[in-house]
Design a protein around this ligand. Structure first.
Ligand code: SF4
Ligand SMILES: [Zn+2]
Ligand SMILES: [Zn+2]
Length: 306
């Protein structure tokens, strides 16, 4: 029986049963809690972007932000999706996304690697043995989302990262000894305030992958459950399996990683605040070096001088 209303349970939260209605209420409250607790959306943030892929996380995010936008009438949402050009995968998730945005009257903009960089991800992957697909994909996607969000004059860009994603990112950076990347994590990303960088926010920060999947299922979002063909090769997948094994044995592992990380995050951000953001000599986008990572990757893959 549901611990709150005694109806049929659908989910166990910390060992306690919850029914469908109480679970949905719990999820939506936790979503709003993250926005309040981490001050993710100010009343003055009127134009907000939502980075979406059509998966369970981004659709759950978009649905809840849209609910908020209906209440806060001045909040205007634009969904931004990237079509990397991954055969038999991305077109399916974009189909779900287009339908969802149409049904919910949300403006959707789709940008493709092919149009913006001249090549699909599938074509770029064939050109290299050095770069892993996810490394090319992540760098170009982050670059494009920031550029487009800035051009659209969006104040913030919400992403669908959940608690498990963040715990994985923290460990990946530890395993790779990359503290500067860790400094950019957190519910609000970035270290330095710079108008060329659109701040990313993570309203699903306090919700686990399992909770998000359950929510999307109970809300009948009709998500395509296909997996990106490159995900098997991803370093993240290994770390995810590693933490999940731990989580199964010692429940609460993901949450503990996040909780301890949030305690030390202000110190890490402070010690990485001194760096200066330059402009990429090639594309003029913000960059920590003379040439930004996106131009470096494209340059190397096309055998330019970079
Ligand atoms: S799994 Fe890798 S290649 Fe596939 S969409 Fe994600 S980052 Fe891109
Ligand atoms: Zn209940
Ligand atoms: Zn560049």
């Amino acid at each position: 029986m549901c611990k709150l209303c005694k109806k049929e349970p659908v989910m166990f939260m910390a060992g306690e049963p919850l029914c469908k209605r109480c679970f949905i209420h719990y999820f939506e409250k936790k979503f709003l809690k993250a926005i309040r607790k981490f001050d993710l959306l100010k009343k003055t943030d009127l134009n907000v972007g939502v980075a979406v892929s059509g998966g369970k996380d981004s659709i759950s995010l978009l649905y809840n932000l849209n609910k908020l936008a209906i209440r806060r009438r001045k909040l205007n949402l634009t969904a931004l999706a990237i079509d990397e050009g991954i055969k038999n995968y991305r077109s399916l998730t974009l189909k779900t996304l287009k339908k969802f945005c149409k049904d919910n009257k949300i403006e959707l903009k789709i940008y493709s690697f092919k149009k913006e960089f001249g090549y699909t991800l599938d074509e770029l992957v064939k050109k290299t043995k050095i770069y892993k697909p996810c490394s090319i994909c992540g760098t170009l996607r982050r670059y494009l989302l920031n550029k487009k969000a800035r051009e659209l004059k969006l104040k913030k860009l919400a992403t669908g990262h959940n608690l498990d994603d963040e715990a994985q990112s923290i460990l990946i950076n530890q395993f790779r000894n990359d503290v500067s990347r860790t400094a950019r994590l957190g519910p609000k990303t970035g270290i330095l305030d710079d108008p060329r960088f659109i701040r990313r926010i993570k309203p699903l920060y306090l919700l686990s992958e399992k909770e998000t999947a359950t929510y999307a299922f109970l809300k009948n979002f009709n998500i395509n459950s296909g997996k990106c063909p490159y995900s098997k090769e991803a370093y993240r997948d290994s770390v995810k399996n590693f933490i999940n094994n731990f989580e199964q044995k010692y429940s609460g592992t993901n949450y503990s990683i996040i909780k301890s990380f949030l305690e030390i995050l202000p110190l890490i951000k402070k010690s990485y605040k001194q760096g200066k953001i330059k402009s990429c000599k090639k594309c003029k986008e913000p960059s920590s070096g003379d040439i930004c990572n996106a131009c470096k990757i494209i340059g190397i893959l096309l055998k330019n001088e970079y």
